[in-house]
Ligand binder design. Structure first.
Ligand code: ADP
Ligand code: MG
Length: 347
């Protein structure tokens, strides 16, 4: 195969399928992207429904702003977004999305149907269908309450190599549930529902007061965590850290219950992980991992979220400051707990 090939611009569908490799790994990644869109649309209620671990069907319904009819075909195009217009806006971006890639990517590797209504008239609404993005999206009238429903069927039906990487229904669903848990912990003011194979597994009422928040945490992470956690809320140098940190006695063998949010976005970050590890160093046995749900609030312009397509990583303008603030806040909270409640430390 040494035949000289000419350079050509990729066909848009193929380009989208390649891009999909970065953001659409499995059903859980589809759920993450669709739910982020629902949050960005200002929804107060988000419903996630799956069949067969999401491989057969993923549906996310919301009661957000909806999409106007004339914008519907664009919603599925690559690099089409309503969220930013300029580099300045990117630098201060507060929405979860901004790359304009998720719907284009997902629709290139599934059978996607999006129905939306941006008006208050419940008899209005439009649907756009795209199958593997083979054809031009077709728009037809379809009544829908205000908001949007996106249905993704047969994920990876046209990319068999990708489909082969899907695990069992149970495994895929557990990833979806984890994605759901993160999203539900990111917004207490939104009501959430998760259904799998017609069964309702989570139904979380909205409520942003302390009692409602704790009810949600107990329902998603278990009562035992709350009973063995400290609540903290500290602010310094334009940073605020609040949430719940588990006592050393409630540690786990795996780092599987650690939730860290930066401005509402769930983040896995080395600097954050390091600061937390340091803070627990003196009170945890080696090999044990703390449980926490923590929220860091910073000015959006001092954090860069455009580091990776999945946006799980962030870059802080002043990493040292953030690290030291996290470390000292946690260290202090854990130290006070130890001083106040002898016996909760490990001795
Ligand atoms: P991004 O979120 O990066 O803008 P997406 O491909 O995820 O890109 O979505 C493209 C556009 O479609 C969004 O910018 C938004 O205008 C619109 N959109 C997608 N999902 C929804 C939704 N659930 N409600 C309202 N608008 C939506
Ligand atoms: Mg998006």
């Amino acid at each position: 195969m040494s035949e000289q090939r000419r350079i050509r611009v990729l066909d848009p569908r193929l380009a989208n399928q390649i891009a999909a490799g970065e953001v659409v790994e499995r059903p859980a990644s589809v759920v993450k992207e669709l739910v982020e869109n629902a949050i960005d649309a200002g929804s107060t209620r988000i419903e996630v429904e799956l069949e067969a671990g999401g491989a057969r069907l993923i549906r996310v319904r919301d009661d957000g702003s909806g999409i106007a009819e004339e914008d519907l075909p664009l919603a599925l195009s690559r690099h089409a977004t309503s969220k930013i217009l300029s580099l300045e806006e990117l630098e201060g971006v507060a929405s979860l999305g901004f790359r304009g890639e998720a719907l284009a990517s997902i629709s290139s590797v599934s059978r996607l149907e999006l129905t939306s209504n941006a008006a208050d008239d419940p008899t209005a609404g439009w649907r756009v269908v795209a199958e593997g993005r083979n054809m031009e999206p077709r728009v037809s009238p379809a009544p829908h309450p205000r908001g949007t429903s996106v249905t993704v069927r047969d994920l990876f039906f046209n990319t068999p190599a990708r489909r082969k990487f899907l695990r069992t229904e149970k495994t895929e669903f557990s990833h979806v549930e984890e994605a759901f848990r993160r999203q539900a912990l990111s917004r207490y003011d939104i009501g959430w529902i998760l259904r799998h194979n017609q069964k309702t597994l989570h139904q979380l009422r909205p409520g942003d007061d302390q009692a409602s928040r704790e009810r949600r945490i107990a329902s998603l992470l278990g009562k035992a965590f709350l009973e063995n956690a400290l609540h903290l809320d500290l602010a310094a140098s334009g940073l605020r850290l609040w949430g719940w940190v588990g006592l050393p006695t409630h540690s786990r063998a795996q780092a599987d219950q650690q939730y860290f949010f930066v401005n509402g976005r769930v983040v896995r970050d080395r600097l954050v992980a390091h600061a937390v590890r340091q803070a627990y160093r003196d009170v945890l046995f080696a090999g044990r991992h703390p449980v926490f749900v923590l929220y860091l609030e910073v000015d959006p312009t001092v954090v860069d979220v455009n580091v990776h397509p999945t946006k799980h990583e962030v870059r802080f303008r002043d990493g040292r400051l953030v690290h030291d603030f996290l470390f000292s806040s946690l260290h202090r909270a854990l130290g006070e707990a130890r001083a106040g409640q002898p016996g909760t430390g490990q001795s």
